[in-house]
Every structure is written in structure tokens, then in C-alpha cells.
Design a protein around this ligand. Structure first.
Ligand SMILES: [Zn+2]
Length: 170
């Protein structure tokens, strides 16, 4: 099996001050989806800061990247549903989570097509596809295709643990 390389996010210096790694985003995320529709959940920046920890805010609202292999759910096998940590919308399920060995929780599909929005991202000098919560627009991670993981979609939704909250199945 071809092993995907995960060197790209590692290039981000985790110790860089907030904002330095994601100069394209700078401040607040846009309030509309790429198709011009408004996100359902819109809060003033101050409310997001109040609701989220500084680390959560950095990833979710400033499109930051969690360091690899440290996330709470990187290797989690617990069955359940993963919701957005910012707005609680259901985003992924354990049924599509797989071992990518890349250091971040990886899914081969979102819970439903409309759960997330995918946006072209040209930061870091190349084209990637950013994944955001379709409900509140918060940053979740990126999606990569055609890496040869042998999953049904051959896609890897590489999602920051800190963007998610797992609701285990009782
Ligand atoms: Zn959300």
C-alpha cells in the first residue's frame, strides 16, 4: 500500500505566534460559504473567544493546525459521532475513521456531504482543500485525495482533534 506523506502540515512551526502560520486568514473567518450562502451559526469574534479555549480558537477560528500525534482523538477507536467543537453540529462518524498514521484523526468521508464545506486553499505555496464546518464555518482541517489508502473513497479528511468532540455510542 502506498503510504501518504504527511510532511506538509509538519512544516508549520507550532511555536510560531498565532497568525504567523496562516497569514491568508489573519483574523475572522468569512461569514459566507463559497456559494455565497451565510453560515447558520454566526457569532461575534468575542463570543467565540469566550466559548473556546485559546488553542481551540486558534485552530477553529484562525485556521490553525494542531501538532501531529498529540490530539485527543488521533488513535481513538471508540464508536460514536464526532461533532464540531465550536457549534456542536455532527460532522463525522467512527464508521469512516481509519488509521492513516499521519498524526491526525482521519476519515474517508464526512457524515453527510452537506456536513462540511470544502474550500480551495492556496496558503503554504500549494493548492490544498480546506474543510470547514458547514454550520458555523469553523476550520476543521484539509481533505486529500488519491493517496492510495484503500478506503472506499480514497480520500483522507485530515481533521484536527481539537476541532472535534466525540459523542460515544452508549
Ligand atoms: Zn461548527
Amino acid at each position: 500500500m502506498m503510504r501518504a506523506t504527511c510532511d506538509l502540515p509538519l512544516a508549520v512551526d507550532p511555536d510560531a505566534p498565532y497568525g504567523q502560520n496562516m497569514s491568508m486568514h489573519g483574523g475572522q473567518l468569512p461569514e459566507t460559504k463559497p456559494d455565497g450562502q451565510a453560515y447558520e451559526v454566526i457569532k461575534p469574534d468575542a463570543q467565540w473567544r469566550e466559548r473556546l479555549t485559546p488553542d481551540e480558537y486558534h485552530v477553529l477560528r484562525q485556521a490553525g493546525t494542531e501538532r501531529p500525534y498529540v490530539g485527543e482523538y488521533t488513535d481513538t477507536k471508540t464508536r460514536g459521532t464526532y461533532s464540531c467543537r465550536a457549534c456542536s453540529a455532527e460532522l463525522f462518524t467512527s464508521d469512516t475513521k481509519f488509521d492513516s498514521h499521519c498524526g491526525w484523526p482521519s476519515f474517508w468521508s464526512p457524515l453527510a456531504g452537506e456536513s462540511v464545506v470544502e474550500i480551495e486553499d492556496f496558503t503554504m505555496g500549494m493548492r490544498r482543500v480546506e474543510v470547514r464546518c458547514a454550520s458555523c464555518g469553523s476550520h476543521l482541517g484539509h481533505v486529500f485525495s488519491g493517496e492510495g489508502y484503500g478506503t472506499p473513497t480514497d480520500q483522507r479528511y485530515c481533521i484536527n482533534s481539537i476541532s472535534l468532540k466525540l459523542q460515544p455510542i452508549e
